[in-house]
Design a binder for this molecule. Structure first.
Ligand code: SF4
Length: 252
């Protein structure tokens, strides 16, 4: 829909806009071919709240990896019910079931890139085929990878990623939640400042980086959804994997 140079110009223009203005622009431009993705952790709540006030039936993709904390699934249910959210669960393709079941405990520990690719990247790639734009909740202050992100980012397949909260800090999130009396994830007060899948998330200290408890000791700091892995097909991604499962029928 937009050429790369137009995306760069628009992204610069949106740098000075509020998250609500960026969301409103994206919804107006791309509806109905636009979705929001959410991991239903504390940091996700402001974006869910403001986006669904702008577009109540905005589809919300939730990656049900099978590795979530029980508390995350309960929190997802609580918010979906309370705010009448249009949540759509995304799950791994059944062609990976045998391999994933055989390696259910070891996969996140031995090869988190492959695990994220199977449980997050592939389901999201498939679900995005009919979409033009994807609203994500990443912020520049979260990781070094995210520090270099742009408000608008075009993927090589033309999908436009929209990052309305990019210029917010963790303090902005907290202030917005307080102002609107928004609920926190049940594990937040136990030190889980950033909550992902259970095998890949530890509690952190109050002065630690928000995402310091993610993939600890595994040489991984970023979810595959927000790296170049997201733009790769299986053949292109395979050099990044440690395990090499039989891939019969998984040639996406
Ligand atoms: S976060 Fe961990 S358990 Fe979840 S998909 Fe990635 S590697 Fe697997």
């Amino acid at each position: 829909m937009f050429l790369p140079y137009e995306v760069r110009r628009l992204s610069q223009e949106l740098e000075s806009k509020s998250p609500q203005e960026i969301i409103a622009w994206a919804v107006e431009t791309f509806w109905p071919a636009i979705v929001l993705s959410s991991s239903f952790q504390t940091q996700s709540v402001p974006l869910l709240y403001m986006a669904t006030r702008i577009k109540p039936d905005l589809p919300i993709f939730f990656l049900d990896t099978g590795y979530h904390f029980w508390e995350t699934l309960m929190f997802r249910e609580e918010l979906a019910h309370k705010w009448n959210l249009n949540v759509i669960d995304l799950r791994r393709d059944a062609r990976w079931d045998t391999f994933a079941r055989q390696n259910v405990r070891s996969l996140p520990l031995e090869d988190p890139n492959l695990c994220c690719y199977i449980h997050k990247v592939l389901p999201m790639q498939t679900a995005m085929h009919q979409k033009l734009a994807w609203i994500s909740g990443i912020r520049r202050d979260q990781t070094s990878e995210r520090a270099g992100a742009q408000i608008l980012e075009i993927q090589k397949d033309g999908l436009l990623k929209v990052n309305p909260l990019l210029n917010w800090t963790r303090w902005d999130v907290q202030a917005y939640m307080k102002e609107h009396d928004l609920p926190a994830h049940p594990l937040f007060e136990k030190g889980f400042r950033s909550v992902g899948c259970a095998p890949c998330t530890l509690a952190v200290g109050v002065n630690d980086d928000e995402r310091a408890g993610r993939w600890v000791g595994r040489g991984k700091t970023e979810c595959g959804l927000h790296t170049t892995l997201f733009e790769k097909n299986l053949g292109e991604a395979q050099p990044e994997f440690i395990l090499h499962p039989a891939l019969n029928g998984t040639s996406k």
